[in-house]
Design a protein around this ligand. Structure first.
Ligand SMILES: Nc1ncnc2c1ncn2[C@@H]1O[C@H](COP(=O)(O)OP(=O)(O)OP(=O)(O)O)[C@@H](O)[C@H]1O
Ligand SMILES: [Mg+2]
Length: 312
């Protein structure tokens, strides 16, 4: 049975007359790892801060692990962990000392601090760097330290705000794998905010998309992209031995073909339905040989840009 871990009802945050978050209704179940997508300024961080009990909603309500984010904000803060955007560390302290400090901030009893630090360092694969000063850490290692800081209080829900910004592909993968591991091994419920679709695609099955403070989609990535791809024209790419202007004109004249683009011996034929047969016959008539023929896939990025950009 699915058990809601994060639930918001008409959650709104207003700055003056500007609605940074506008009547948000969302639900994340226990053990889910959900992507929170939106362009810069869409309202992701504002939402996370409210869900952490760190910012008071203007109207509407939200519960996290069953606690109301306003009335029970202490408990909300106790059971949630946040890796903020651009988290900072004490560079001249070691990983262990940084974590020690975070344990104290979180009121972890003195006797429990050492085992806690050992445990979280182990979880993020930094045990062998425990006594190294953070200034020597790569950005990827620093992010893993940030994840360790989140794990200190053994949260039920963890929020990661753009955790892979500024990381190279290897560092990005490390962070992604880490989040997947925490989700799988500890059943940690994760809300991963990002504007990098690829990140989210690799880690989350479900995504929430927010635009101008409003939730515009909540579904699996697959369903969302299928929905968008429907009704889109089909583009078939042909690689030919030769291309002539005549051939292009004749292809354009085929009923159902909407446009033809040429790019070094390749033709991209845009059509409303599958006209591959007519197109290949026309090509043969022009004494050209088809070396390759394949549908052009829209990248997921292209597909989602439509979600982000479409006006209400
Ligand atoms: N304290 C504040 N006072 C006034 N406006 C604010 C405040 N905090 C955020 N905003 C505005 O609210 C909107 C949403 O901001 P938010 O930081 O939540 O966006 P975001 O989705 O996290 O963006 P990014 O991807 O850039 O981090 C922005 O237009 C921002 O300028
Ligand atoms: Mg943000």
């Amino acid at each position: 049975m699915s058990e809601p871990m994060i639930e918001t009802r008409q959650l709104t945050k207003q700055y003056g007359t500007f609605k940074a978050v506008d009547k948000l209704d969302l639900c994340v179940n226990k053990g889910e790892i959900v992507g929170f997508l939106g362009q810069n300024g869409a309202g992701k961080t504002t939402t996370l801060l409210m869900l952490m009990g760190l910012s008071i909603p203007t109207s509407g309500s939200a519960t996290v692990a069953g606690y109301d984010v306003v009335k029970d904000s202490r408990n909300v803060r106790r059971v949630t962990g946040l890796l903020p955007e651009g988290a900072g560390y004490y560079e001249d302290l070691t990983a262990k000392q940084n974590l020690d400090y975070v344990c104290r901030l979180n009121d972890i009893p003195s006797l429990e601090i050492a085992p806690c630090v050992t445990r979280v360092l182990e979880s993020v694969g930094l045990s062998q760097w425990a006594d190294t000063k953070v200034e020597k850490f790569s950005r990827g290692m620093k992010q893993r330290l940030g994840i360790a800081e989140v794990l200190v209080k053994q949260p039920k829900v963890a929020f990661f705000d753009e955790p892979t910004i500024g990381l190279d592909p290897k560092g990005t993968k490390e962070v992604r794998d880490m989040l997947l591991k925490l989700n799988k091994e500890y059943g940690l419920t994760i809300l991963l905010s990002s504007h990098l679709l690829h990140d989210v695609q690799q880690t989350c099955q479900k995504v929430l998309i927010i635009r101008k403070g409003k939730l515009i989609a909540a579904d699996t990535i697959e369903n969302l992209s299928n929905k968008l791809r429907q009704g889109q024209n089909m583009i078939i790419e042909f690689e030919l031995t030769q291309v002539s202007p005549d051939l292009i004109h004749e292809l354009e004249a085929i009923n159902g073909v909407t446009s033809v683009q040429e790019e070094n011996h390749r033709l991209y034929v845009n059509m409303v339905e599958n006209m591959a047969r007519e197109v290949s016959e026309t090509i043969a008539k022009h004494k050209a040989t088809i070396l390759l023929m394949k549908p052009k896939e829209h990248s997921l990025e292209e597909v989602f840009l439509k979600y982000y950009e479409e006006e209400d």
